[in-house]
Ligand binder design. Structure first.
Ligand code: SAM
Length: 253
């Protein structure tokens, strides 16, 4: 029997066998993968993953669910980290790892930013997220969904939307559609700003007031003539800039 879903932990449990199988196929676990599952809940994905892996790490914040999961599998096969994933130190699982999960939608954006800090150790990730968030992750410039999340993630990851999952696949059904996304960190030769912190600050400022021109929003960082010197019209808005144009702006001194 499924446990009662707790709203504060964004709990919607996957119950549709068809989608569980499709997600596990998309993950394609190999026996010796070092894998971390976020939010195992009652274990819809956990069970087939434990079956296919020598060992699975999982991070779960809900004490009741954590206790039930601990009882189910041997600690050698299944290592449960009972804590908030937003403060989880992924380096403790090893130098390279894969990450999967049906994420709690209420923390998905801060979680993706947290995971991005470990991009160099991450092999890949397969996540279920609110469809609208996946739209933002993979959005191209000049589209409604393109924003800070798109630029900050596309700066570090190649991302592909795999398939959609309807509300009826969960108990209780969420109000929104969901989608599966695969994230693969870009290689060491990826285009990179000289200073990641300045890059992030410029992206945040640019999208802070989406409808204003770059000449306005980037005033604390760059003059209009510095923006023009990058070949970018200061009358443009952040939502029209590619990731490489943001890098060019961040590199001006
Ligand atoms: N994987 C299960 C499934 O597919 O049925 C549960 C998915 S449910 C959408 C999200 C899970 O993440 C829940 O088990 C919830 O308790 C857990 N969770 C919520 N917030 C969390 C956090 N901050 N850190 C770790 N786990 C969290």
């Amino acid at each position: 029997m499924l446990p009662r879903a707790k709203k504060q932990f964004g709990q919607h449990f996957l119950t549709d066998r068809h989608y569980i199988d499709r997600i596990v196929t998309a993950i394609a676990p190999a026996r010796d993968d070092v894998m971390v599952e976020i939010g195992p809940g009652p274990g819809a994905l956990t069970a087939p993953l434990v079956e296919r892996l020598d060992r699975l790490h999982a991070v779960e914040v809900d004490r009741d669910l954590a206790a039930a999961l601990r009882e189910r599998w041997d600690a050698k096969q299944f290592t449960l980290h009972e804590q908030d994933v937003l403060t989880f130190d992924f380096s403790q699982v090893g130098p390279r790892f894969r990450c999967v999960g049906n994420l709690p939608y209420n923390i998905s954006t801060p979680f993706l930013f947290h995971l991005a800090d470990y991009a160099e150790a991450l092999i890949d990730a397969v996540f279920m997220l609110q469809k609208e968030v996946v739209d933002r992750m993979v959005a191209a410039p000049d589209s409604e969904a393109y924003g800070r999340l798109s630029v900050m993630l596309q700066y570090r990851f190649a991302m592909r939307r795999l398939f959609d999952v309807p509300p009826g696949a969960f108990t209780p059904p969420p109000k929104v559609d969901s989608a599966i996304v695969r994230m693969v960190p870009l290689g060491a030769d990826r285009p990179r700003a000289k200073d990641d912190i300045r890059f992030a600050a410029i992206v945040t400022a640019g999208f802070g007031q989406r409808r204003k021109t770059l000449g306005n929003t980037l005033k604390p960082f760059l003059s209009s003539s510095q923006i023009e010197a990058c070949g970018i019209d200061p009358k443009r808005r952040a939502e029209t800039l590619s990731v490489s144009e943001f890098i060019a702006l961040a590199d001006v001194r």
